[in-house]
Design a protein around this ligand. Structure first.
Ligand SMILES: Cc1cc2nc3c(=O)[nH]c(=O)nc-3n(C[C@H](O)[C@H](O)[C@H](O)COP(=O)(O)OP(=O)(O)OC[C@H]3O[C@@H](n4cnc5c(N)ncnc54)[C@H](O)[C@@H]3O)c2cc1C
Length: 494
């Protein structure tokens, strides 16, 4: 039997690790659960580009403006101000100084800043193109060394326990049985939902679990239809996950081509137009030509330079049979990031007392209708810290620690998952319409009828909510694009 915890943290990515460390350092006994046996498996470990810090020519005010502008002015200024004020000092203290994450440095030994799309200045620090793996490793080690934190890998949370008006713990499946785990506070840090889509940069385990858990427990959820699509993921049919080909490849001169070798992005900035525009252009080209992908050509750069600048991309593509120094990379747009989620305030508190949320599962309001590149690792770090500290304050324990006899939901057949992912891609993907979304909802209902009680029940709940939010929002805004948006009536702001 596990020792009772003051705080249960669900998830072991950047947000979960940050919450666990913060709660433990406030004196709480913490239990951290991760769905998969490998506690490091998360979206965090796949992050490539970097994390926002503060360069000499930057200021909190400038960062706030960039975040709000990228979010189509739908974001929450208070959240942006918190991130801009607290994020860089926390990165310095925890990641740079304490955990010594090996961020790249220039010839003078100073941190190297890179600039990404829609940032006014270079302010992103990175470790080559594998920043997330380094951060995940460092935080995972710190959590493992923290004696007040017990990590339970391979423990999938099935339900939040609500007692009276409070979240009082979780029901989890671990070691072949269901257990009730009580806690004074629960922090949801379960990550994103890209795994609900046919093409995604997320690992298959990113199925929006935390959103479903929160919805079923009665916590408020918002903006789920703001799913950001990345235009360039490696097209690898049958791999289950699309490896990200970083925006930096286009930043360094990579050009998108159709199957005839012609440029097709119809925009003054060409292949360097914003993510949503490029993703729609690729989708339209694929529909016109019948090609399953577009092609990203960076072969004009010297091979040795490419291997040093993009070592992970070079190696991954080579394993997939593509030598990026000699041939164009087949790419497709892919679901990348969920801007919406479980509503929280700046402390990570949800609308359900006893429940906090941090990281990609949360809707802090920071991203508005679209996310500024490299803000999410920082958001997970800052909100994870807040949520951990706040949850560590003494809270009542209202349920006993016990085993329960309840079976794991039956596994849905692969065919059901495939249908769900196709339906989401087709109807709640890059370009949406009322007719499509209604058709998609009918398909979701049919899947619910057949498989609603199996383990695909929660993903179907999340998929339904994404479609419903997209149906209600008749404007095109940020990463939500309605081809039937009314110009004048609804706002057509791409
Ligand atoms: C390819 C790629 C590149 C990216 N590049 C960048 C970048 O350069 N910069 C940037 O800022 N952001 C980037 N992002 C986004 C960023 O990586 C994520 O938004 C962020 O890492 C999410 O962190 P998290 O802690 O919220 O969730 P995750 O890191 O996904 O962790 C989720 C955790 O929850 C656990 N979990 C889920 N469900 C359950 C359950 N039912 N029970 C128990 N445990 C559960 C999982 O096991 C996992 O431990 C990128 C994302 C991807 C996919």
């Amino acid at each position: 039997m596990l020792a009772a915890a003051d705080v249960i943290v669900v998830g072991g990515g950047v947000a979960g690790c940050s919450a666990a460390l913060a709660a433990a350092r406030r004196g709480a006994r913490v239990l951290m659960l991760t769905k998969l046996p490998d506690p490091a498996e998360s979206n965090t470990r796949y992050a490539q580009g970097g994390i926002i810090y503060r360069s000499p020519d930057d200021s909190p005010e400038l960062l706030v403006e960039d975040i709000l502008e990228a979010g189509a002015r739908a974001g929450n200024r208070e959240a942006a101000e918190v991130l801009a004020a607290e994020g860089p000092p926390l990165v310095r203290k925890l990641l740079v100084e304490e955990l010594e994450v090996p961020f790249d440095r220039d010839e003078n030994g100073s941190l190297h800043f890179t600039r990404e799309g829609a940032h006014s200045v270079a302010r992103v620090i990175h470790h080559r193109d594998t920043t997330g793996a380094r951060i995940q490793h460092a935080l995972g080690q710190a959590v493992a060394n923290e004696e007040r934190v017990e990590v339970l890998p391979g423990a999938r949370v099935l339900d939040l326990i609500v007692s009276g008006d409070r979240c009082a713990g979780v029901r989890a499946w671990c070691g072949g049985e269901a257990v009730m785990l009580p806690a004074g506070g629960v922090v949801l840090a379960t990550g994103g939902l890209g795994g609900l889509y046919r093409h995604t940069t997320n690992p298959p385990s990113a199925t929006g679990d935390g959103v479903a858990l929160a919805l079923r427990a009665g916590a408020a959820v918002e903006d789920l239809h703001y799913v950001q699509f990345h235009p360039t993921a490696l097209y690898e049919p049958g791999s289950g996950r699309s490896f990200l080909i970083s925006e930096a490849v286009r930043g360094e001169g990579g050009v998108l081509l159709d199957p005839d070798g012609d440029e097709f992005v119809d925009h003054p900035l060409g292949s360097l137009a914003s993510r949503d525009i490029v993703a729609r252009e690729i989708q339209a080209m694929m529909e016109r030509s019948g090609s399953p992908c577009a092609f990203l050509d960076i072969t004009h750069r010297p091979a040795s330079w490419l291997k040093t600048r993009f070592p992970a991309i070079y190696t991954h593509c080579l394993r997939a049979g593509i030598d990026i120094t000699r041939e164009p990379i087949p790419v497709v747009p892919a679901a990348h990031y969920s801007c919406g989620g479980v509503i929280t305030d700046v402390m990570g508190r949800t609308t359900l007392p006893g429940l906090w949320a941090a990281g990609e599962v949360a809707r802090t309001g920071l991203h508005g209708a679209n996310r500024l590149a490299s803000t999410s690792l920082l958001e997970g770090l800052v909100w994870g810290w807040h949520a951990g500290e706040d949850a560590a304050r003494p809270h009542p324990m209202s349920v006993p620690n016990r085993r329960v006899v309840s079976p794991l939901p039956e596994a849905a057949p692969q065919d059901a998952w495939q249908r769900l992912r196709e339906v989401m891609w087709e109807y709640a993907g890059i370009v949406r319409s009322e007719e499509g979304l209604r058709g998609g909802l009918a398909e979701i209902s049919a899947l619910e009828h057949e498989y609603g009680t199996s383990d695909i029940g929660d993903p179907l709940l999340v998929a339904r909510r994404i479609m419903e939010d997209a149906l209600t929002d008749t404007r095109s805004r940020g990463c939500h694009y309605r081809e039937d948006a009314l110009v004048g009536g609804g706002i057509h702001a791409g």
